[in-house]
Design a protein around this ligand. Structure first.
Ligand code: BGC
Length: 361
């Protein structure tokens, strides 16, 4: 039964390039009457700039290059909308669903429903715990966490900080990546706490990675512990929230803050000396690997993976494609530009014209 469905899908996909070649308006959603075979649900557009500026763009490019139609939608942080989008995609004939969950609970419900209808699911960037997706594509998130910890440690050394209090501003507690990240940075920093080099400061998660809430949370941290000397912020949005609070106390630049995603804002904060570092993840590769996998699966071909990731809740190893993250400091910001991830025009705008010139960018 399942085999039969897959071969029908394979024929449909094989026909797609021919069907879509003529006069499609290249919008991200299917609209020419051809059933969409691949559906993609992104999580939101506010917790990180990446989802709309990078993931959507690179996924679209990868599907376009293969001549395959994909319906790329964004749940805008709304769990009900997430489930509705998945239902619509399945009704419209998707045979593969690519999704970045908003939490494992709703993610799991969506995956179970999809699988019951013969739809293959790829967890994109975030693993759905207990979900049972057939594949997972992401970066090595423990490694990302290691880089955040190493970044703050390096900047504290550069600043010759003595016994600094290091605070953790963690990602959303229902995002498995936030757990992996903290595992990564704690592995680097705990030995420093144990050795008495650093003092462990407040350690708090930011629900849903909400950037505005991160400001309130960090403000409270700093009020309770005014001598915070370093901040491990789990992404550039949280970092920017912490930096805004530090600015009010004229502490920006003195207190190293980490970040992740190499967003324009994160890179500008690094240029300004307010952010110690960010982590660049080549989303183009993540999107390309996902599109390739999704297309193979939609054609009924076996997918390729380069390892497995443990789902501790399902007690299962999920076939995965995991990519390598890269730390970005002031001296290698150019690498992000060289990759075309951010353009010089975006980075070196307004007040950053001079800073770019000063740093040879
Ligand atoms: C992603 C990060 C992103 C964060 C907030 C995480 O799951 O891996 O790149 O910054 O979610 O959207």
């Amino acid at each position: 039964m399942r085999k039969g469905m897959l071969s029908v899908a394979a024929v449909a996909v094989a026909l797609l390039p021919a069907l879509t070649a003529c006069g499609d308006d290249s919008a991200s959603s299917a609209n020419s009457g051809t059933p969409t075979r691949i559906g993609v649900i992104l999580p939101d557009s506010k917790t990180s700039a990446r989802w709309e500026t990078a993931d959507r763009k690179y996924l679209q490019q990868a599907f376009d290059a293969a001549g395959v139609k994909a319906d790329i939608q964004n749940a805008q942080g709304d769990k009900n909308a997430f489930q509705t989008l998945a239902d619509q995609m399945i009704t419209n004939g998707a045979s593969v669903l690519v999704m970045t969950n908003l939490d494992s609970g709703t993610g799991k419900a969506v995956i179970q429903k999809a699988k019951s209808q013969g739809v293959t699911v790829i967890d994109y960037d975030r693993l759905t715990l207990g979900g049972g997706a057939q594949y997972y594509v992401s970066f090595d998130n423990v490694k990302v966490g290691n880089l955040l910890g190493e970044g703050v440690a390096k900047c504290l050394t550069d600043k010759k900080a003595v016994n600094p209090v290091v605070a953790y501003l963690n990602g959303g507690p229902t995002d498995n990546n936030a757990t992996l990240l903290e595992t990564g940075y704690d592995a680097v920093l705990k030995p420093h706490f144990d050795a008495g080099d650093y003092v462990k400061g407040p350690d708090q998660a930011v629900p849903g990675w909400n950037n505005a809430d991160a400001g309130t949370i960090f403000e409270q941290m700093l009020t309770g512990q005014p001598n915070i000397g370093g901040v491990v912020a789990a992404n550039d949005g949280l970092a920017n929230a912490a930096i805004a609070v530090l600015k009010k106390q004229k502490l920006n630049g003195q207190v190293p803050v980490s970040g992740q995603d190499a967003t324009v804002q994160g890179l500008q904060n690094v240029l300004a000396g307010d952010q110690c570092m960010t982590v660049y993840k080549a989303i183009e590769k993540e999107a390309a690997a996902t599109a390739e996998l999704a297309i193979a699966l939609a054609k009924g071909q076996p997918g390729t993976s380069n390892g497995t990731v443990r789902d501790p809740e399902a007690n299962a190893d999920v076939p995965s494609v995991l990519l390598e993250p890269k730390p970005i400091y002031l001296d290698n910001i150019k690498d992000v530009l060289a990759d075309g991830y951010v353009t010089k025009a975006e980075l070196c705008a307004g007040e950053f014209v001079k800073l770019c010139a000063d740093h040879g960018i």
